[in-house]
Design a protein around this ligand. Structure first.
Ligand SMILES: NC(=O)c1ccc[n+]([C@@H]2O[C@H](COP(=O)([O-])OP(=O)(O)OC[C@H]3O[C@@H](n4cnc5c(N)ncnc54)[C@H](OP(=O)(O)O)[C@@H]3O)[C@@H](O)[C@H]2O)c1
Length: 362
């Protein structure tokens, strides 16, 4: 952990009172799966006020509850249900005093839309892969690389707007599991995934009724897991991923093998996971443990993706054991909720960390 992140980890809780009034925000791609999680988490959020729901042109003026095909295992919140959808118009959003944007639009669209928003001074918290490779754009996970938030200053903040992305959903779970293990000197990481259909959006989830096989190819995913992990963790080690789509609705399981330079011991690994914590006290979405170690033989499982305690923000890990096929090799299995921790919930946590670090009230 960098000294900057370490200092922020102890930011005083009294600096994190809710803003009055709450900070207005808008969701781009509000009808999609990730957009639904944004709506569910931003309605009644203590810091943010849902002030705009944006989807494609054809939805213009339709009430959210009439347009959305609600697919989450939690209720559509009333605060969002009766809001009208609008098509994208950055000037109209700015006129209403909205500066905070949560983006859940397809990557090809995000390339220009998010760049335009940044140019106009908006703060963009994005799920799309469009700008993750930009050197000044952080792929932020508050517990893993809090100090990377400062890269927004290289984009020109506070005089200008910025884009902060979160990682691909699979990478998010892996990076959270690996971040606390960095002090043990990681040499190599191998991961095999079992990814839910919702990872491919609303269209992917449609296939739940008809797909009775696993598909050992998710275009571009394996490369993303490898390079994003290295960018997030400032890592030198190699990451080799095999990504498989499986016919479940939510949650990505990942079998992980980690080779260390020396043997850290099982209990030290578990202690490191237990100690992983948010960079500041009082971030509303990060109150629960980032990582929960589950002792059960059959955990973690996909049906634990929406755990009631953290509503999908906690990464569950189980089955940690020494792998005797190589010296200093351990293996474990993790579960990350792809649409919550790996997408909208992660973005909201990023916005909370931004507000806490820069003491923003609008
Ligand atoms: N699903 C995941 O697990 C996951 C995880 C991490 C990141 N992501 C990323 O998050 C983004 C959204 O993913 P998703 O799974 O929510 O996709 P999705 O279910 O397909 O939703 C796409 C959203 O984008 C909107 N949209 C499409 N074309 C548009 C246009 N021309 N103008 C305005 N809005 C438009 C759609 O609105 P309409 O309903 O009006 O068409 C819908 O609200 C993608 O970039 C994806 O790669 C997804």
């Amino acid at each position: 952990m960098t000294p900057d992140a370490d200092a922020e980890r102890h930011a005083p809780a009294d600096a994190l009172e809710p803003p009055t009034p709450r900070i207005p925000c808008a969701i781009l791609g509000a009808t999609g799966l990730v957009g639904q999680v944004f709506a569910a988490r931003l309605a009644n959020h203590p810091w943010f006020e849902l002030a705009g729901l944006v989807a494609s042109e054809r939805r213009n003026g339709t009430l959210y509850e009439d347009a959305v095909d609600w697919r989450l295992p939690e209720d559509l919140p009333q605060e969002a249900a009766t809001m009208p959808l609008e098509s994208f118009d950055s000037f109209r959003l700015a006129e209403r005093g909205i500066r905070t944007i949560f983006s859940a639009i397809p990557k090809p669209l995000a390339v220009s839309v998010e760049a335009e928003l940044r140019t106009q001074g908006f703060r963009v918290f994005s799920n799309a892969g469009a700008h993750r490779r930009d050197p000044d754009v952080p792929i932020l996970i508050p517990e893993a690389n809090a100090a990377h938030l400062a890269w927004i200053e290289r984009q020109g903040y506070p005089e200008r707007g910025f884009i902060v992305t979160n990682a691909n959903c699979t990478t998010t779970g892996l990076a959270l599991a690996l971040a606390p293990l960095l002090p043990f000197s990681i040499r190599n990481v191998t991961v095999a995934t079992y990814q839910a259909l919702s990872g491919a959006g609303a269209a992917g989830l449609e296939r739940l009724e008809t797909m009775d096989t696993a598909i050992p190819h998710i275009p571009g995913e394996e490369e993303k897991v490898a390079w994003e992990s290295k960018k997030i963790l400032d890592a030198e080690f190699a990451v080799s991923a095999t990504c498989v789509r499986v016919p479940v609705a939510f949650g990505h399981l990942e079998s992980v093998w980690v080779d260390f330079d020396t043997d850290p011991g099982e209990s030290a690994i578990r202690d490191a996971w237990a100690a992983l914590s948010p960079p500041a006290a009082g971030l509303p979405s990060l109150a629960k443990p980032a990582i929960l170690y589950d002792e059960s033989d059959d955990a973690p499982r996909h049906d634990q993706a929406f755990d009631p305690e953290s509503r999908g923000m906690t990464v569950r890990i189980g089955r940690l054991e020494r792998d005797s096929t190589q010296p200093n090799r351990y293996r474990f299995v993790l579960l990350v909720n792809n649409v919550v921790r790996g997408a909208a919930g992660g973005s909201i946590a990023n916005a909370e960390w931004f507000r806490a670090k820069y003491r923003v009230e609008d």
